[in-house]
Design a protein around this ligand. Structure first.
Ligand SMILES: NC(=O)c1ccc[n+]([C@@H]2O[C@H](COP(=O)([O-])OP(=O)(O)OC[C@H]3O[C@@H](n4cnc5c(N)ncnc54)[C@H](O)[C@@H]3O)[C@@H](O)[C@H]2O)c1
Ligand SMILES: [Fe+2]
Length: 370
């Protein structure tokens, strides 16, 4: 077996980190972002360091689709950028990755770097080789994976996340926790991804509740922001698991924010994965330990871990089932075979620690439907 660990992205962090953009003041810069960043003026935190030659594409919507990649590419095709900047949550970062790839396929591959500046603490997309692109007609989200999607540079400045609304902060924070736990138990986990995942679990468990209590707590925000990036480094090496495999399909079908969908699925999938295998229980027990939970056996550690995640969800206002969220469960019944196939084929399902059958997925869907 060969496992790979590399972090090709240069990471700059801290309250002055954005100032390194000053070195690109003479470049033509393509900025990919969403309308909120422009309306709120947050984009000026970036543009103040650039010269006059920048062009902004601000039409990214949550869960970007192929049409957004086409529109974005069309915006920049005659501009001939020398640098791409992605500013926003995972949706803007993934859209920028896709727009740069589409631009390269149109113009021929060039060495135009991408600087990713996350404004949520969630996806870790600033360091991953993933871009999740939706097909709204088929109601499917595709996790694309390629080294070509990796950003050359990431800038982590927690000032940019201070304005994230509480519910989005909790959803995205639970996405970070899911990345770390899935990376830790993944079939391709390794010592390097383990170290990052353990630290992420510790940081999110300690500081996300502090962000919930006081969203203006800058220290807690900065810890969760760094954790988000570390979790990205972990899972871009190890892969993810069935929570993400199911969340991509269910999130696309019911239009549920990615982190919320993961948070709802996480306890159910942990119970499923750990049911028949003490080694998997042992791996989850290490996740419980990273949260500071002490148990006398692997079995009770898993029970404590699941209870702790359910408690966090309850505190953050994240419901247990699709029905409790107000989803029309009939949608699931109508397309059950397609939903099951799409979950089984999702790239993230391939690295789940327990092999998954169509019957398993059907049973898990019953549980999450509620
Ligand atoms: N590429 C990867 O490695 C990876 C990993 C996990 C998730 N994803 C994808 O990322 C997307 C989710 O990203 P996300 O959870 O960051 O959400 P998002 O990017 O969709 O943003 C959620 C909302 O928060 C708003 N927002 C963003 N920054 C803000 C700020 N600073 N202040 C106020 N509002 C702000 C956005 O305008 C949007 O309305 C999904 O499509 C998911 O599939 C990608
Ligand atoms: Fe995720």
């Amino acid at each position: 077996m060969v496992s790979q660990f590399s972090v090709p992205t240069k990471i700059f962090s801290g309250t002055e980190a954005l100032s390194i953009l000053g070195q690109y003041a003479d470049k033509r810069v393509a900025i990919v972002t969403d309308a909120f960043m422009v309306k709120s003026g947050l984009i000026q935190q970036v543009t103040q360091y650039l010269g006059t030659q920048f062009r902004v594409f601000d039409q990214v919507k949550p869960d970007p689709d192929i049409s957004v990649l086409q529109q974005g590419t069309a915006t920049f095709v005659d501009f001939e950028p020398e640098l791409f900047i992605a500013l926003g949550g995972g949706s803007a970062l993934d859209a920028a990755k896709g727009i740069r790839a589409t631009y390269f396929s149109l113009k021929g591959k060039q060495s135009i770097p991408l600087i990713a500046i996350p404004t949520t603490s969630g996806s870790g997309s600033e360091v991953t080789s993933y871009a999740v692109i939706s097909d709204p007609i088929k109601n499917v989200k595709y996790p694309l994976v390629s080294d070509d999607l990796v950003a050359e540079m990431a800038i982590l400045d927690a000032n940019l996340v201070m304005s994230v609304p509480k519910s989005v902060s909790m959803d995205t924070g639970m996405d970070v926790l899911t990345h770390a736990i899935e990376a830790y138990v993944s079939k391709n986990a390794n010592d390097f991804s383990d170290a990052l995942a353990e630290k992420t679990i510790y940081l999110v468990h300690r500081y996300l509740p502090q962000v919930f209590e006081n969203p203006s707590n800058k220290k807690a925000r900065a810890k969760v922001h760094n954790a988000s990036c570390m979790a990205g480094m972990a899972f871009t090496s190890s892969g993810l698991g069935l929570v993400h495999g199911m969340a991509h399909t269910l999130g696309a079908l019911f239009h549920i924010p990615h982190g919320k969908m993961n948070a709802m699925l996480l306890p159910i999938v942990i119970e499923f994965n750990s049911a028949n295998c003490d080694y998997i229980r042992h791996r989850y027990s290490q996740c419980a330990k990273a949260m500071g939970l002490n148990a006398i056996s692997n079995h009770s550690a898993v029970m404590q871990l699941v209870a702790e995640i359910r408690q966090l969800n309850q505190r953050f206002g994240i419901p247990e089932s699709l029905r409790a969220l107000g989803c029309d469960i009939n949608l699931l019944q109508q397309d059950l075979t397609k939903v099951v196939d799409s979950i089984l084929q999702d790239g993230c399902t391939q690295t789940n620690p327990r092999a998954v059958s169509a019957d398993d997925v059907r049973n898990l869907l019953k549980l999450i439907a509620g």
